[in-house]
Design a protein around this ligand. Structure first.
Ligand SMILES: Cc1ncc(COP(=O)(O)O)c(C=O)c1O
Length: 391
């Protein structure tokens, strides 16, 4: 592959995929691979899902784009559907996770300013990832990827993830308007907070008139075994961001709001040229329909447990394996050392995996993965991990 005219901002694997089907991809030499990454939690229904492909083709032949200068029937339908599934009231559509978070940050600031709160601030977490645009990057808790892009946006206060006390210590700061948090940190290393964490955050937000804003870009749309990860804790956020799995590979993001902030972003306050166009909304409606009709959320919960139990059995007693964790099909195996090398070793075995936060092997397979494929992944990956740790 020639890269002369591409900016060198990605460290790509030396492989090009030309077609896919279900959980499998084929490279330009016709070699078959098992995809345990799903385009980083995007291809929820796997590759070339016949229902999704047909819906996209049909929509492309009917109407792709008109702009938000006009009504968009499919956008209204998608907003209704997401509202029904989540209990949220209103949606703004954009094209990516970063943009969904930008909308959330703008909404929080606008809401704060409308109450005469000077320089409204948002509490964000260490180890978080919210995207690469300037606002989302500034909210992100990773100095490595912020370095060189200063000045970062002001107005964020950072605390440790899964730590309630640090937030309680901030409640006298009257400029705070919101908490922005991932229900499970994905890029940060598949970090699953203690049970009750979101409930406690909800309580603190209620007591202080702060917004609870959940970045469900990675956890949303069935990835953790519920439509949205907050549903594991029976709470409601005020704002929720979605993207990744929502369009099954067609770019779409969403920022949902409810209650006192459902109507905050009035005409002229925010927008997107492409956001929520007919093609993207048709894709998202189809993804949701398939997940719903096939009971995929329950399936995800089962497959996640199968991974967890399988890896725990295979890697039992290896002290260099620090922890194996999973919330639905967000699976993390944390080692005691950097292990990016394992991505290459797995690729040789025709397995596509990811390593994040240096030491955590991360698996994000398509939600439609079956038991045989889960077992196959465990059987291929476990010996690789054992060998890697013994060298
Ligand atoms: C939790 C979370 N938020 C936001 C983003 C950014 O999404 P995008 O790359 O679509 O801008 C990501 C991407 O990995 C993510 O995991």
């Amino acid at each position: 592959m020639t890269t002369t005219h591409l900016m060198p901002n990605y460290a790509r694997q030396p492989i090009v995929f030309t077609k896919g089907s279900g959980v499998y991809l084929w490279d330009s030499n016709g070699e078959k691979y098992l995809d345990v990454l799903s385009g980083v939690a995007v291809c929820a229904l796997g590759h070339a899902h016949p229902t999704l492909s047909a819906a996209i083709a049909d929509q492309a032949a009917t109407l792709i784009h008109t702009s938000n200068h006009y009504g968009i029937e499919l956008q209204s339908q998608l907003a209704d559907k997401l509202a029904n599934l989540s209990g949220m009231e209103t949606a703004f559509f954009c094209n990516s996770g970063a943009e969904a978070n930008e909308a959330a940050i703008k909404l929080a600031r606008y809401w704060g300013n409308s109450q005469s709160i000077e320089n409204p601030k948002v509490i964000v977490m260490e180890g978080s990832f919210h995207g690469r645009t300037m606002g989302a990057l500034s909210a992100t808790g990773n100095t490595k990827i912020q370095k060189g892009f200063e000045p970062l946006l002001q107005g964020f206060i950072r605390v440790s993830y899964n730590n309630i006390e640090e937030i309680q210590n901030l409640t006298s700061d009257k400029s705070i308007v919101a908490i922005l948090v991932e229900p499970v940190q994905g890029e940060g290393g598949v970090n699953i907070p203690s049970t009750g964490y979101l409930q406690k955050l909800r309580e603190i937000c209620n007591q202080n008139n702060w917004l609870l804003m959940l970045d469900e870009v990675q956890t949303g749309i069935g990835r953790t075994g519920k439509w949205f990860a907050f549903q594991h804790e029976n709470i409601m956020p005020d704002v929720m961001c979605l993207a990744k799995g929502l369009g099954g590979g067609v770019p779409i993001g969403a920022c949902l709001a409810t209650g006192k902030v459902a109507q905050t972003l009035q005409a002229g306050t925010h927008g997107s040229t492409f956001g929520g166009n007919p093609l993207a909304c048709r894709a998202a409606l189809t993804v949701i329909d398939v997940i719903e009709k096939q009971g995929i959320c329950e399936h995800v919960e089962k497959m996640g447990l199968r991974f967890l139990n399988g890896f725990r059995a295979e890697l039992k007693g290896i002290s260099n394996v620090k922890e194996i964790r999973a919330k639905g099909l967000m699976v993390g195996i944390e080692l005691d050392r950097p292990c990016a090398e394992l991505v290459k070793l797995a690729l040789k075995e025709h397995l596509l995996i990811n390593v994040t936060a240096d030491k955590t092997i991360r698996l994000l397979p398509p939600l439609i993965i079956n038991e045989t494929q889960v077992d196959e992944i465990i059987q291929i990956l476990s010996p690789l991990i054992r060998k890697f740790l013994s060298e």
